[in-house]
Design a protein around this ligand. Structure first.
Ligand code: SAH
Ligand code: SF4
Ligand code: F3S
Length: 443
């Protein structure tokens, strides 16, 4: 059997593509290896959300190119979001690459493998904007070892936030058919996964493009929830103004749907939000978050923020800090603005914030995030929470199991037995910035 190694650099959607590519490759006699040096086929699944992620991909293939000099039979593939964007240009940069595979064409991987094995160079980066449901059902998905299965429900994005590359790398928004999704959910549950995360850039748009049926995210959640057995359901990412009351109610009424919303705010300043082409202002976001907190007990709300968007003033940046604080956000992903080719904001060069200021703001954003996380964690001390165990390890001589609560808090519990995949009740005894400490409650 030949061996394949895939380095996955991007988001959950990118990880999900990797699992599908492993599935297709296993049909062609390739087995996965965790050791790139042992591989006959090396693939990088790239991300272009920021320049840094793109640069990482180039330096990795640079290293692999050197290995190929010593091992001429080695095949190298360049896939994912950077591939979709750069297509043929990758061959100019790295002539030793055997194939470039964009996000729209992942199901052409089997035919690519045949061609490269005949010595051809292949570039499959045409934009199709079609759902790949028909292809998807033909192959297994070799999911990563985990308790959680990522299941894409929409592909692409129509929002065109002015900083973001995703609509260019993933194309127009399209919903996958409920039949395909349900099949993947059932397969994952039958293989022992205990948590289903429905994935999309804007999950609330799910179903908007169906012409033959009225079927939206809340309907899908109800259908998944009706499957028998003990498991959890999550959905990410939510766009603030697209969250419907119906969806919030599902988190309360459906027993398997978890009390967790990831709703990126991006900036706390209404003026900046307008320039970002986000369709809400500070007040609207506050109202939505308030509504969710009121309706869903013990809910956690997490967000993403960008520091140093073009033209952002110190006052506007401070509005982001106060928003994080006043909203008591439970956790936020943070990033310094990175100009991306083709996007609208990348053309506002005269408004770019200098690097020092940008990174100084990012550091303050991170500090505020730490404070918010700690405050959020403290709220749960003394409570009893259900934890789905994800891991067992020996840390500095002590056995620890780690897992997540329904509202997505990480919990560390001293325990001598590996309970990975089990649901346990845990008393929260303390916390650190990034996790809770707990004790298992024995019946
Ligand atoms: N669909 C999600 C976000 C997907 S991209 C949403 O609408 O919120 C993930 C995160 O990357 C974004 O939320 C944003 O905070 C960050 N991001 C996107 N483009 C960026 C850029 N050019 N520079 C810095 N961060 C960026
Ligand atoms: Fe990017 Fe905006 Fe689409 Fe999210 S909603 S993927 S930030 S364009
Ligand atoms: Fe994901 Fe990065 Fe592409 S965040 S959609 S892998 S640009």
């Amino acid at each position: 059997m030949k061996k394949v190694y895939i380095e996955t650099m991007g988001c959950q959607m990118n990880k999900s593509d990797t699992e599908r590519m492993f599935g297709m490759l296993s049909n062609f006699g390739y087995e996965e290896t965790n050791e790139p040096k042992d591989a006959d086929l090396l693939m990088v699944n790239t991300c272009s959300i920021r320049q840094l992620s793109e640069d990482k991909a180039y330096s990795l293939i640079g290293l692999w190119g050197k290995w190929k000099k010593a091992k001429p039979d080695l095949k190298i593939g360049f896939c994912g979001c950077v591939a979709q964007q750069k297509a043929q240009q990758i061959f100019k940069r790295a002539h030793y690459i055997d194939f470039v595979l964009g996000t729209h064409k992942i199901y052409s991987l089997p035919s690519i493998i045949e061609k490269i094995n005949k010595g051809e160079k292949v570039c499959e980066c045409e934009e199709t904007n079609a759902t790949e449901d028909k292809e998807a059902v033909k192959f297994n998905i070799n999911r990563a070892k985990s308790v959680n299965a990522w299941i894409p429900i929409t592909e692409g994005c129509n929002n065109f936030c002015t900083y973001c590359i995703v609509p260019y790398t993933r194309g127009r928004e399209r919903s996958r058919l409920p039949e395909t999704i349900m099949k993947e959910v059932k397969d994952a549950l039958n293989s022992g996964y205990k948590e289903i995360t429905l994935l999309g850039q804007n999950v609330d748009s799910y179903g908007k493009d169906f012409k033959d049926r009225d079927y939206r995210l809340a309907d899908l959640l109800k259908e998944v929830n009706s499957i028998e057995g003990k498991f959890r359901i999550r959905f990410v990412t939510s766009y603030p103004t697209d969250i419907t009351d119906d969806l919030i109610k599902t988190a309360v009424e459906l027993d398997k749907v978890c009390e967790y919303f990831h709703i990126p705010m991006q900036s706390g300043s209404s003026e900046v939000l307008k320039k970002m082409n986000r369709r809400y202002d500070r007040e609207t976001y506050f109202k939505i978050a308030e509504k969710i907190r009121k309706m869903v007990p013990d809910v956690t709300i997490t967000s993403d923020f960008i520091a140093g968007f073009p033209g952002e003033t110190e006052e506007q940046f401070v509005e982001t800090l106060t928003a994080m604080d006043e909203l008591c956000l439970d956790y936020s992903n943070t990033a310094a603005y990175s100009p991306r080719e083709k996007t609208v904001a990348a053309k506002w060069v005269d408004k770019f914030i200098d690097e020092d200021t940008k990174f100084e703001r990012l550091a303050r954003l991170n500090e505020q995030n730490r404070k918010c996380c700690l405050a959020s964690n403290k709220k749960f001390i003394g409570k009893t929470m259900e934890v789905l165990v994800e891991n067992f390890e020996n840390h500095k001589g002590k056995n620890i199991i780690t897992g997540r609560t329904r509202n997505n808090k990480i919990v560390h519990i001293p325990y001598d037995k590996d309970l990975t995949g089990e649901f346990i009740n845990v008393k929260i005894t303390g916390c650190k910035t990034w996790y809770l400490n707990g004790e298992i409650i024995t019946e």
